[in-house]
Ligand binder design. Structure first.
Ligand SMILES: CC(C)(COP(=O)(O)OP(=O)(O)OC[C@H]1O[C@@H](n2cnc3c(N)ncnc32)[C@H](O)[C@@H]1OP(=O)(O)O)[C@@H](O)C(=O)NCCC(=O)NCCS
Length: 109
């Protein structure tokens, strides 16, 4: 665990997971074992992240999303509310739905 992180009520981070800096693990979210959460990531309420997932810098997982094990969420990408992520998400990409599919790219200014 780095610095400047906020772990909200009911959030769970499991064994051997590493969290960078300035992240939010929001209310009731769970991040399972052996994950890597890079800087500036926001994991919204009730998100479930399975084991060995990598969430790259600045990514946002929307409320209630699920991420299957061994997935990489690219930097500054957005996973829509309620999405079920079963494939890697490229950098700067918005995905929604079950299974989650890309709908647009993210412009970072
Ligand atoms: C995915 C998201 C970022 C897209 O926002 P946006 O860029 O403003 O996109 P739009 O609202 O214009 O939606 C674009 C299309 O995707 C659909 N869509 C948007 N969010 C969706 C979602 N979560 N699941 C399924 N479809 C979704 C819209 O219905 C729309 O479809 P259409 O083109 O057929 O009408 C946003 O809807 C979202 O889910 N944000 C997460 C917010 C959140 O979890 N906040 C919690 C903070 S604690």
């Amino acid at each position: 665990m780095g610095f400047g992180n906020v772990m909200m009520a009911g959030s769970i981070v499991n064994s051997s997971t590493k969290i960078g800096n300035y992240c939010i693990v929001n209310t009731g979210a769970s991040v399972d074992h052996d994950c890597t959460i890079e800087d500036y990531v926001h994991i919204s309420p009730r998100v479930a992240v399975a084991g060995n997932v990598k969430v790259m810098e600045g990514a946002h997982l929307g409320i209630g999303a699920c991420v299957k094990q061994n997935i990489t969420i690219g930097k500054w990408s957005i996973v829509g509310a309620g999405a079920v992520v079963v494939d890697d998400v490229p950098d700067y990409t918005v995905v929604v739905g079950n299974p989650a599919k890309p709908i647009k790219t993210v412009t970072v200014v």
